[in-house]
Design a protein around this ligand. Structure first.
Ligand code: SF4
Ligand code: SF4
Length: 489
């Protein structure tokens, strides 16, 4: 995951920096890790961004370069054009970088590393970001409308209806049809609900059918079950392992804090059941669920507890913002009040710093923010399909109630391409075009932006939260890279 410069670069650099005997080191963050963290949303696809390195053209410091001090006089650096997150520079590397405040050609080995990270750019042009190569088609299969919990922020109107085997097979057929027609190489299925584990036999059947289809069409297949984590049994966990299917569990705090947001339909807490599931059913069998934490006004200060709980079990986690919907409007205390959310997430970040995992975590620290440069917040309208239990298709799970029926033989991707969520790049969003964070944040969830502003082509209503917390999230990544590199304990 981490590249250190090879020793030949070190020797070359040492001959240039006479007053500092420490070897140069630049530690790189990589965009490909954890970009597929499983949560409710459509995954982001990283977009290639050019690194125009040459030896003859004078190079300058990248515009809007973000620098932050780290311990031991190390420095974190990222530019808007960094392809894959920040780099960490030791003092000699930083000294060399500063020399480019006067443009000059690349000479030393470290110069090329900094230029490849787009920290240094040619004086006469800026890098170009290309359209993301869409290799994977992700599909949400809403296998049941039923759930044993009654979370106030849930966008599903619950009922006992569920997906039939016949509908499920037609849905899987249509996913493969779309994948083949549109040139995708792999398919990523999300078995969801309601509570997908309540209709687990259907998950098993559909996955087996999808495996056969993938084999027949020579496509890769990945899958995840999105669950509330309350009713898992050992045989269900064994099935996940045997079939390499991932699991995502929602957890919004520890103990009473979680229970306030995720009660059972009878009004009891669900935390104890989740903890029992994770500690006695999943972890002993090697199932490491992704932990998805929904941050609302009601539980902002509890996010830190959920993060600590996940880190103590070495589980990946992501902090996601609540999205108001028709069912949740009446609960005013769920709303994302800026100061409160920032304070809650800062507490969560302090927990991360205290326990500092070495496993990559930055892509889970701030709703939809991803380190790999990208132009669209999610795959809605591009490479994401959401199927209701009746087999109708929508652009996003938040729009399940407006899903569109289609006929056998139709390409569902074609149907949703002209849906209500337009495909707008961050460079087209008012307020985002020149933002230094545009290729990390990409303007936030389009549905949330529309709800808050009545427009899709403007910055997120949560822009201040992003701008305040992104530097702090990056700093944590810098500390993690230093720990992985052996500079921090
Ligand atoms: S539109 Fe918003 S809620 Fe829907 S998948 Fe995209 S980011 Fe998630
Ligand atoms: S929403 Fe705000 S932080 Fe995000 S890209 Fe737009 S201007 Fe930048």
């Amino acid at each position: 995951m981490v590249n250190m410069l090879p020793s030949t670069f070190v020797e070359q650099f040492d001959t240039q920096v006479k007053n500092d005997c420490a070897p140069v080191s630049v530690t790189l963050s990589h965009s490909n890790y954890e970009i597929k963290f499983d949560d409710d949303c459509a995954p982001v696809t990283a977009a290639p961004i050019s690194s125009p390195t040459e030896t003859t053209t004078p190079m300058r410091l990248a515009p809007q370069l973000h620098l932050d001090s780290l311990p031991h006089r190390y420095t974190l650096a990222i530019s808007p054009y960094s392809p894959a997150g920040p780099v960490v520079l030791n003092p000699p590397a930083m000294a060399r970088l500063q020399q480019f405040s006067q443009p000059q050609p690349l000479e030393q080995a470290v110069d090329f590393t900094l230029a490849a990270a787009n920290i240094l750019l040619p004086v006469d042009r800026e890098p170009q970001i290309e359209a993301a190569p869409l290799a994977t088609l992700t599909a949400w299969l809403h296998v049941t409308n039923a759930c044993n919990l009654d979370c106030p922020y849930c966008y599903v109107r619950k009922s006992n209806q569920k997906m039939s085997a016949e509908t499920g097979q037609q849905v899987v057929d249509s996913i493969f049809r779309s994948a083949l027609k549109n040139g995708f190489q792999s398919i990523n299925l999300k078995y969801a609900g309601g509570e997908a584990a309540l209709h687990f036999e259907m998950v098993r059947q559909l996955h087996s059918y999808a495996q056969q289809s993938a084999c027949r069409h020579n496509l890769d297949l990945q899958a995840v079950v999105l669950s509330n984590g309350t009713i898992w049994t050992p045989p269900m966990a064994d099935w996940l392992v045997e079939n390499s299917v991932k699991l995502m569990i929602s957890l919004d705090g520890v103990g009473a804090a979680h229970n306030r947001l995720r009660p059972t339909r009878g009004g009891k807490g669900s935390f104890a059941a989740i903890e029992r599931t994770v500690d006695t059913v999943l972890l002993p069998r090697g199932v490491q669920p992704d932990i998805s934490i929904t941050v609302t006004g009601r539980n902002a200060t509890a996010a830190a507890g959920a993060v600590e709980w996940a880190i103590a079990r070495n589980l990946p986690f992501s902090l996601n913002f609540y999205r108001e919907n028709a069912n949740s409007k009446k609960f005013g205390d769920l709303q994302l009040e800026e100061t409160h959310i920032i304070a809650g997430l800062r507490e969560a970040y302090q927990v991360v710093e205290k326990h500092l995992p070495t496993r990559p975590f930055i892509n889970g620290l701030l709703d939809r923010v991803q380190m790999g440069a990208h132009q669209h917040t999610c795959g809605a309208g591009q490479n994401y399909l959401v199927f209701s239990h009746t087999g109708a298709v929508a652009q996003c799970q938040m729009h399940l109630a407006q899903s569109i029926p289609f006929s056998t033989g139709d390409d569902p991707l074609d149907i949703i391409k002209n849906g209500v969520i337009p495909l707008i790049s961050v460079e087209e969003k008012e307020g985002c075009r020149t933002c230094p964070w545009r290729f990390r944040c990409s303007g936030g969830c389009p549905i949330e932006t529309y709800r808050g502003t009545g427009r899709f082509d403007v910055k997120s209503p949560h822009c201040n939260i992003y701008k305040t917390l992104l530097p702090q999230a990056l700093r944590l990544e810098g500390l993690r890279l230093m720990k992985v590199g052996g500079v921090l304990d």
